[in-house]
Structure formats: structure tokens, C-alpha cells
Design a protein around this ligand. Structure first.
Ligand code: FES
Ligand SMILES: [Fe+2]
Length: 371
């Protein structure tokens, strides 16, 4: 990828990556015997839980004439469409009943499927595997299993706490992701008197290395401006604290901070809802703060503030992006964004033409910027 790679070509009609796991809904928003609606990658989904509490996900459109199945009745096992009463198994999507059929009509109803999606519960979220868009006549095809398990936050002790934050962003998944990995906006967007000011801007140097389908900011002592770091310093020697940040396609940013026996890990995702809307979800796990009564609340407060600052910024940015202006990515601060586009292109290329994944990085790189 050339260095002057134009951002322009990526943004107007952002492509979404199919064939991956995506976070759909927080687990506590899906109740036993009830149906919830959501959308991922422009696909309307109905999510529910059976009598045993096991989650399932179907396409929210009846294969007969498209009525949303979320408008139907759910008995804890089968969903009955509200239009003509066809019934479907909630997990497999297989048709179980067509009330209009009379005895001598031999339609093989067990060959009809409402599209169903593999789903797994991880770290208080329901994840859904969104396969490549199928060929026509998908109403008759049985869904396959996901090729790999859903992503999970690594944990380094038996006991830990878990919390999440979420925000809707009025921009394409590409802008959401490059906003997330952009190091240069910190001093301007994330100011607070108790945190940092524009004056705290200073030169930084970080090492990056390629990893499968992504890149890693190599283990280092965290930036003195980083939120968990400021809190971790209360527990451990500054020198013993190390952090690793990974980005992996399609949308996963994971951060692990370890300080002796204490640890903090987060997995942030930016999920395409439609071509022009995405959602950021930050889920964090940690074993800190066991003895500080307000520790988790403090951390959540700090993160909520950050996420809200990012959300507000992207809301304003979307005004400027409406009319498709020319944009640019500069070195070194926007190099991670260039890698992201390079990785995404390589993935799309591999899906289209087969062959090897051509990673945009050939080896370790040191980047410098002021922030
Ligand atoms: S649209 Fe669902 S049964 Fe007819
Ligand atoms: Fe930010």
C-alpha cells in the first residue's frame, strides 16, 4: 500500500466484513421466553432465550413473506409468525408447521428454514456469527456452524469483575475504528482538569509488530496519561506495569495491563449496524480494587467520560463527512489507521481471489508522535 494511500476511496460506501463474530446485545437485555430485535451488518435479527435460558438468533424476517418474526409469538421453543402462523424452531430455524396446508398437500415443510445464526455468550454479551451473504433461495438452506469460537477477554485469576459500556456512533465502521486507534486526538478530545490538559502533550515512541490479521503495540510501560495506568500506580511499582494493545480484524481492540498479580483486560469492538452507523462496546475485566469501595465505579466513570467524548466528537465529525470531503492520513500518527485499511483490503482481496493473506506490515515498526 503506498504511503499516500487516500482515505477517500474507503469511506463513501464502507464495506462490511462478513464471516466474523460480532457483539449483538448485552446478555442482560435478552430474557427467557422473550424476543429482542437488533441489527448487525444491515441484517435484522431477532434474539431470544429458550426455556432453559439458551440464547438463539434468527433473521428477523419470515421466509414466507418477510414478516418480522419478532412480531410473532414465542412459547419458549418455537416462534409462530404473526402473519400466517408458520412455526419455526427457535434454534435451527427449521419450519415445524404451516397451518394452511391440508392433508393431501405434500409440501416438505422440514426443508424450509428461517435463517438462523450461530451465537455464543461471552463476557456478558451475546455474540453472533455473521456468515458471507448466502446465495438466493436461502429460505431452504440449513445454516452451518461457525468456524471458530467467539472472541473472549483473557482473564488471569479465578476471581474478577466485569463491566461494559456502549455508545452508538453515527459513522461508518471504518471511521469508528480509526477513531478508536487514533493517538493524536487525546489532548484535544479527552481533556479534563483532573486528567490532562493540552499542555501535557509530549513526544511518544512506540513499537508495533504484525500479528495474524492485525498488529500489536508491543509490551511497554503504559502512557502516563492512560486511565488504568493512573489507577494501577496505586497498587504496583511503575516499572512493573506493562501493557499490550492488539488490533485484530474485523474490529477487535484488546488491551491487557499487568502489574504483578493485578491485571486489567479490555476488549473493545466497533460493530457495523448499517453502512453509516456503528456501535462501540467496551467490556473490561479486572481483579483490582478489591479493597477500594469505589474502585469499579471510578473506573467506569472515567471510561464513560472517554467514550462519551469520542461519541460526541464522531457525531460532530459526521456533519463534516456528509458531503464526502477529501481526507488524508498522515505519518506517523495515522499509520495505525493505514494498517487498518491495509488489513481490511487484504482480507477482502483474500475472500475475493483466494490465496494468502497479504499482511500490510513486513516486520516491526517504531512510530513517533506527539500526544
Ligand atoms: S409471512 Fe410469516 S407466515 Fe406468512
Ligand atoms: Fe478517544
Amino acid at each position: 500500500m503506498p504511503d499516500d494511500f487516500p482515505l477517500q476511496s474507503q469511506t463513501p460506501d464502507a464495506l462490511m466484513l462478513f464471516g466474523f463474530w460480532y457483539r449483538a446485545l448485552p446478555a442482560n437485555q435478552v430474557h427467557r421466553g422473550q424476543l429482542a430485535k437488533t441489527m448487525l451488518l444491515e441484517q435484522p435479527l431477532v434474539i431470544g432465550r429458550d426455556q432453559q435460558g439458551q440464547a438463539f438468533v434468527l433473521r428477523d424476517a419470515c421466509p414466507h413473506r418477510g414478516m418480522p418474526l419478532s412480531c410473532g409469538q414465542f412459547d419458549g421453543q418455537q416462534i409462530e409468525c404473526s402473519y400466517h402462523g408458520w412455526k419455526f424452531d427457535a434454534h435451527s430455524g427449521q419450519c415445524k408447521l404451516i397451518p394452511s396446508l391440508v392433508a393431501e398437500q405434500s409440501l416438505k415443510i422440514d426443508r424450509i428454514y428461517a435463517g438462523s445464526y450461530p451465537c455464543e455468550e461471552r463476557d456478558d454479551f451475546i455474540w453472533v456469527f455473521i456468515p458471507e451473504p448466502g446465495p438466493g433461495g436461502a429460505g431452504f438452506s440449513k445454516p452451518g456452524p461457525a468456524p471458530a469460537p467467539a472472541p473472549e477477554i483473557p482473564k488471569f485469576s479465578e476471581r474478577y469483575k466485569l463491566a461494559y459500556l456502549t455508545a452508538d456512533l453515527p459513522c461508518s465502521v471504518d471511521h469508528g475504528i480509526i477513531g478508536l486507534m487514533d493517538p493524536a486526538h487525546g489532548p484535544f478530545v479527552h481533556q479534563a482538569w483532573w486528567w490532562r490538559t493540552q499542555k501535557s502533550i509530549h513526544e511518544k515512541q512506540k513499537n508495533f509488530e504484525p500479528i495474524p490479521y492485525g498488529f500489536r503495540m508491543s509490551a511497554h510501560t503504559p502512557s502516563s496519561n492512560s486511565a488504568p495506568y493512573k489507577l494501577l500506580r496505586l497498587y504496583a511499582d511503575a516499572d512493573s506495569i506493562s501493557t499490550t494493545i492488539d488490533f485484530v480484524l474485523p474490529n477487535l481492540r484488546s488491551e491487557i495491563i499487568r502489574a504483578g498479580k493485578y491485571w486489567f483486560a479490555s476488549l473493545t469492538t466497533v460493530t457495523p449496524i448499517t453502512r453509516s452507523q456503528c456501535r462501540i462496546d467496551v467490556v473490561a475485566a479486572w481483579n483490582l480494587f478489591r479493597w477500594i469501595p469505589f474502585g469499579p465505579e471510578l473506573l467506569k466513570f472515567v471510561f464513560a467520560k472517554f467514550v462519551e467524548q469520542d461519541r460526541r466528537t464522531m457525531e460532530l465529525q459526521s456533519e463534516g463527512l456528509k458531503h464526502n470531503p477529501h481526507l488524508m492520513l498522515i505519518d506517523d500518527a495515522d499509520r495505525p489507521a493505514k494498517w487498518y485499511f491495509g488489513l481490511k483490503n487484504a482480507m477482502l482481496e483474500m475472500k475475493k481471489n483466494g490465496g494468502e493473506f497479504r499482511h500490510p506490515m513486513s516486520g516491526p515498526v517504531t512510530l513517533k508522535w506527539r500526544s
